[in-house]
Design a protein around this ligand. Sequence first.
Ligand code: CS2
Length: 497
Amino acid sequence: MPLLLSRTALSSLPASVAVPRYEIDTVPVGIVHIGIGAFHRAHQAVYTDDALALAGGPWGICGISLRSPDVRERLNAQDCLYTVVEKARAGTAYRVVGSVREVLFRGNDLDAILARMVAPATRIVSLTITEKGYCHDPARGELNLAHPDVVHDLALPEDPVSAIGLVVLALDRRRASGAGPLTVLCCDNLPHNGRLVEGMVGTYARERDPALAAWIAANVTFPSTMVDRIVPATTESDLADVDGALGLLDAAPVVCEPFRQWVIAGEFAAGRPAWERSGAQFVADVAPFEAMKLRLLNASHSMFAYLGYLAGFETIWQVAAQPDFVALMRALMDETTPTLALPADVDLGAYKAALVERFGNPALPHRTQQIAMDGSQKLPQRLLGTVRDNLAAGRPIDCAALAVAGWMRYVAGIDEAGRAIRVSDPLAADFARVVAEHGADTAGLARGLLDLSAIFGTDLPADPRFVVPVTRALASLFAEGAARTVAAAARRQSPVL
Ligand code: CS2
């Protein structure tokens, strides 16, 4: 039986596996990260691992898991070390990351979590809790005060279940104990994510105590970030593969593409790791980069997820191997481009070409069904902002309309072979209600879904320039199926095909 990965076992790893180039034991915790899932471990923790090796500093990470003790059990058993497996077409690279120094679980470590968040040594609280973790109204970007978790936390603020509730409780205690300023760093795929979280923390804090909200405004900063790395959920076969490469058992590896990008703007109230040394870009305004990534990468991802799933493809690289789908992705990106305003040194053409290449990486199976999750929380910033900007300028929106129709067809809940689709979304009950009401009436279904104002606001459902093409595309998806609808759209968009 091979040994478990651990500090003492690091020296027995094969030379091909990179290991931390600093003394992990002596690194104090300076960052508390809420949402210690695969994405954080393959992204910010890697940047921090590099920064610790290159520049040192008190920037170990305490990871917090809100929903399940699983990661805590796995990581704590192996000194919080884990392998990042970078999979390229050309081969695989393995590195063990040491920046995570502790993992706690909300379920039974609340006191320890608060002690960490309130400690003066903690200077940054960062978050990757996915879009739905913010309990917000995605169309308006505001905290949803009627969300059950928010209602719960406002009634019992000392026992928070939401991330915002936990952060504000910790801030309140920092205020009381004089622990000093803090940076709250959102690393989720939301537009203006720093400002958004600042607004939600402010709303929640004001509900609790206006004086607390004022203290937060004076002592806490909320930089904005654009984060990018494709990190599919780890599978059993990934685990076996890593164990083979290491000659040790690793119960918590993460698998990702080689590419990574992190763009950050804004003040850090109490210092930060030398992330610029590990490749993070510090800019004056992150908004153009966020828009580029959300509206090109994530929008195409969602489009591939819904239409690709419906056409029978399990993974993104399989969808990206279909010329019609790639033509449609290119057309969607071209449709989106006039809404973007990037600094002159950003080569958008190269960025778009790289996206097609990245999606096509067959070494990295990324399930369409994984990306299809939580569409209600994703559509506004991925597709609907583009639609609004293009409609305002009188430009076409056909590709985005087809992507939205793909989402509608998917949440209708039955695939093209008549099998049930497992629709995972905080608004799944609303979808089911609309589907039950309208059955096979496509226009009614489109109308019912468009009426969900948390997704579409009130402007888009009232605009025939959006409603008509979406309804038409949805009808085609039902009548012709996804593959034929995509082929026809690809032909229309690029007549040379
Ligand atoms: C994906 C993202 O699951 C999803 O919705 O679109 O997680 C995507 O892989 C990352 O944003 C890439 O940086």
